[in-house]
Structures are given as C-alpha cells and as structure tokens.
Design a protein. Structure first.
Length: 290
C-alpha cells in the first residue's frame, strides 16, 4: 500500500510539472483589451486575467465622505499626471465606502489611462512579478488590495511591505498600491505587547513596531468613520434620485429607518441593500394567479 501511495504521489508530481510546462506564457495583450484585472496564484505562478464586467460604481453614488474622496482623487490625479504621489491605505468600519471609493476611481479615470489590478492577499507573493510585467506599460496601474488584514502568524505582509518601501528594487513609476482594511495597522495588536513579560520577547516594543511600520509605509492614510442617521438617510435619498424611484420623501425615510434598525447599522452598504430591496418591490409586476 505504501508503494502504491508513493507511485501515486510521483505520478501526481509528474502531471503537475507537465501542466506547468504546457501552461501558456503570459499574454500581455490582455492589457490592451481590459481596464480591470484580477491576480491569482496557480502552481506558484502568477495569473492575471481581465475582468469583463468591473463594478460600475461611480462617485455620484458616494455620499458623506466628500473630504476623503477629494484627497483620494487628488492623489490619483497626481499619479496620472506623473507627479509625486503616495500609496494609499483606506481604513475604518465596514460599509463606509472604502472599496467603493477605490473602484469609482477606475470608472472616473479609465479614459485618462488608469487601470486597476485586484490582488487578493493569497497572491501577494507575486506582487514583484506583477510589477515587472507592468513596468514598461504606458498605462498607470493601481494594485487594489481589498480588505487587507494579516493574522498573527501570517508573514505574507512582507511581500507588500518590500514593494511599498524598503526593498532594493524600486516600485515602477506607473504603479501604486491602494489597500482597504478594517484595521488601522493591518495586523492584530494585543494589550500584552505593551506590557513586560519575562517569558515573552526580550523587547516586545520591537514586535509592535514591526506591525505599525507596515501601515506607516502608506504615505496617504485615510480614516473612515461610522455614519450617523442623517448621513445614512441622505445616502438613501441619493440612491432614490439616481434610480428615479417614485416614492415620497417621508415614506422613503420611514422605510429606510426601519431597515437600518432591523440591520443594526447606518452604513452606506446598509443603505444600498435597502434601496435594492425597495427598488425591486416598487418595480415588481403583480403575479398572475394560477
């Protein structure tokens, strides 16, 4: 039985090597055919595919974070103009528009040459490979790391840390990293790290400094806050206007508040989910009785 297992393992390894050898080389023409891309890792190799239907979110939908959006757009415009600019970390509570603000950049500036590559955490080991691929392109690329957090024993953060600042190889001039996270410092922090422990590290402050230094490498850090009820209602009213829904303002606000109470949140995500439900109900055609 052990011999059979060894033979199967050897066969599996051989098939994997054959698959790697037969895998097509990266087709650079994908950058001519798409404006949004997603990275994955397969057999320890970087795969970049075009996204056929990128999220159509636009800045007209985003309410309540005007100053933050303004800073984000100015930094992106500097990038497109070839001026000094910064990698960006957008952090704060869920549902406050962090991801939407980044994705709206693509729809606002694609005609000016902006492109966006979504890079999940499990593909970060290939971020230098992606940098090499796009280095000579004329377009400007934002590497988008959405919901970026690292656990205590996760060392993949070192890949992005090197690209942000600190590695011998410089980041391409046509590449920036925009990351969103619920955590200000991207990694879990413990109260014990600020307390002396004879059985722990000799210098616990060094471990804490290692964690903080990752977020510090983002030159522009934008902090998002929880929305209040008034902002939530303004978001709902804005969606109703954009979607041309025929409903009275008082009725809309009443239903929106009922929805937020049942969902326990005044977030922009909650407002959008409410409007999806409301629009579906308002536009639904009566079912014929059988």
């Amino acid at each position: 039985m052990n011999d059979m297992h060894k033979q199967l393992a050897s066969l599996s390894g051989s098939l994997a090597r054959i698959a790697d050898a037969l895998s097509p080389a990266f087709d650079a023409s994908v950058f001519d055919r798409y404006m949004a891309f997603k990275c994955t890792s397969r057999n320890d190799r970087l795969i970049i595919r075009g996204i056929d239907f990128p999220d159509p979110v636009h800045f007209g939908e985003i309410i309540g974070i005007d100053d933050l959006v303004g800073d984000l757009r100015v930094n992106t415009e500097q990038f497109l103009e070839g001026l000094p600019c910064n990698n960006v970390l957008l952090f704060g509570p869920r549902g406050t528009g962090k991801s939407s603000a980044v994705k709206a950049l693509l729809n606002a500036y694609a005609e000016q040459g902006l492109r966006m590559i979504e890079m999940p955490r499990d593909s970060l080991a290939h971020i230098l490979d992606a940098a090499d691929i796009i280095r000579e392109r004329k377009e400007k690329f934002i590497v988008f790391c959405d919901d970026l957090t690292f656990e205590e024993d996760d060392r993949s953060y070192r890949h992005i840390k090197t690209v942000l600042e600190g590695g011998l190889e410089t980041r391409p001039a046509n590449m920036l990293i925009y990351a969103t996270s619920n955590r200000r410092h991207l990694m879990p922090e413990k109260i014990s790290e600020n307390l002396p422990d004879p059985q722990d590290e000799l210098h616990p402050e060094d471990a804490l400094e290692e964690k903080i230094s990752l977020s510090d490498r983002f030159g522009l850090r934008l902090g998002f806050q929880h929305f209040d009820a008034d902002t939530y209602l303004r978001i709902a009213e804005n969606y109703a206007r954009l979607r041309k829904l025929r409903i009275g303002r008082d009725e809309l606000r009443r239903l929106a508040m009922e929805w937020s109470i049942s969902h326990g949140s005044f977030s922009g995500r909650t407002a959008r989910q409410f409007m999806d439900s409301l629009e579906g109900r308002l536009k639904r055609k009566p079912w014929k009785k059988q």
